[in-house]
Design a protein around this ligand. Structure first.
Ligand SMILES: [Zn+2]
Length: 419
């Protein structure tokens, strides 16, 4: 594996040096030529690539192939302004299907399954990525796309859908829709497995989805900038996600000093693509916080694994000096029976100090106007929060179904400190 990785790394560096002026300049600034990459450890000499670099070179500035050899474009929606664009050669698309086929096979999905894809189809990489991977493994694909929730449930029932592909937050919403339609997801549907991605799926969220749907929950990882989903996937043993190391070289760095950290230490994931033709990327700073585990997994696979993403460094809140991730809040909420997994974190400034308020939806069964009972639930959440995260904040209980639902990625954090 290491010999293959080195060969592909050398080819990638040579390709971008030759074809992409941005990288040639970045390598020259470091006094590097492709032949200076002699070992895998030499990757640490290479320049980083950031999201800003992709924005600055919009749309085609980082492409290593002329457009006549590019057969597909995808992009990230981007909350404001121009999206980020990535291109795929025919070979890149074949590779992408292979990467997703691995993720899907690990999630135990195959020819016997009917898979409903509730990821958006379009510029977003999720829909098409999973679609072609599913076809490659021979699953029957229902390309439903996102939204239209009642129809999603109807088709699930009528088509006998066994596998669902969506963001974890949309799956959480769909289960409510099913219940509202009078459908018991555990009895009336054939769903047995969920492949969730597009946003971090915390342990708390995983537990909630398992419980509500009664299915096997798997998490997979990828990001548009390095080609979309397919970087890694869950084998179902709860021991992290297997990285396709022949396509992606992973490192962990300290996000502040940019120093490479040894296996096992937590930090920011950095990815170098090893086989991309159209859009190769050197040392992409993902902003995702995780750790790498080199030990072979009990499933028998020997590839490097990454822990569940703990959060994005962008989403990390520092509340009175304590690092807080939305994923930690989900662990807390999963422990408290009276509340649902729907929540929003609102950060404001009170004087010179940060103040965090968490809005949490009550479970319908606990919805009450009994003030004492509500105070009891609040106290309960605060107690678990203190133990799990080590912070104090304000809890606001809101009525069931009152927080916004989304068919894509959930917006969990509202930071009002700069407004
Ligand atoms: Zn495994």
């Amino acid at each position: 594996m290491e010999a293959l990785q080195l060969q592909r790394l050398q080819e990638t560096v040579a390709r971008v040096y030759r074809q992409v002026p941005f990288y040639r300049k970045a390598l020259e600034e470091k006094g590097l030529r492709p032949e200076d990459i002699k070992t895998l450890a030499d990757v640490s000499k290479l320049p980083f690539t950031t999201k800003q670099d992709l924005r600055d070179n919009y749309p085609y500035g980082l492409f290593a192939l002329p457009l006549k050899d590019v057969v597909r474009l995808h992009g990230s929606s981007g909350t404001t302004g121009k999206p980020i664009v990535v291109g795929y050669s025919r070979q890149d698309l074949d590779d992408w299907s292979e990467l997703l086929a691995r993720v899907i096979t690990q999630a135990t999905v195959g020819p016997e399954d009917v898979t409903q894809i509730a990821f958006g189809y379009g510029l977003f990489t999720g829909g098409f990525g999973l679609h072609y991977g599913m076809e490659k493994v021979g699953s029957t694909v229902v390309p439903m796309s996102s939204g239209n929730s009642e129809k999603q449930i109807m088709l699930m029932q009528d088509f006998g859908t066994t596998a669902l592909v969506s963001t974890p937050s949309y799956a959480l919403h769909l289960v409510e829709v099913a219940q509202k339609m009078g459908i018991d997801p555990k009895k009336d549907l054939s769903l047995r497995v969920g492949l969730f991605g597009g946003e971090p799926c915390s342990q708390g969220m995983e537990a909630a989805l398992q419980e509500l749907w009664g299915i096997r929950v798997t998490d997979n990882y990828g990001l548009t900038e390095v080609g979309g989903p397919g970087v890694s996937g869950d084998c179902g043993l709860g021991e992290g996600q297997h990285i396709s190391e022949d396509f992606y070289l992973a490192e962990i760095i300290d996000p502040d000093t940019c120093e490479v950290l040894p296996y096992g230490e937590e930090g920011e994931l950095v990815i170098t693509t090893l086989r991309k033709e159209a859009c190769p990327v050197l040392r992409y700073r993902t902003r995702d916080i995780t750790r790498l585990m080199p030990e072979p997994c009990s499933c028998g696979r020997t590839t490097l694994r990454m822990k569940k993403i703990r959060g994005r460094s962008d989403d990390m809140l520092i509340i009175k000096g304590v690092n807080v991730f939305p994923s930690q809040i989900e662990v807390v909420l999963a422990e408290v029976a009276a509340v649902a997994m729907h929540y929003q974190m609102v950060v404001t400034k009170e004087g010179y100090s940060d103040a965090l308020e968490i809005k949490v939806e009550l479970e319908p069964a606990y919805f009450t106007d009994d003030w004492r009972q509500l105070k009891e639930i609040e106290k309960n959440i605060l107690r678990v929060l203190k133990r799990v995260v080590g912070i104090e904040c304000k809890i606001t209980l809101v009525s069931p179904q009152s927080l916004e639902r989304t068919a894509g990625k959930a917006k969990r954090v509202l930071d009002l400190r700069n407004n």
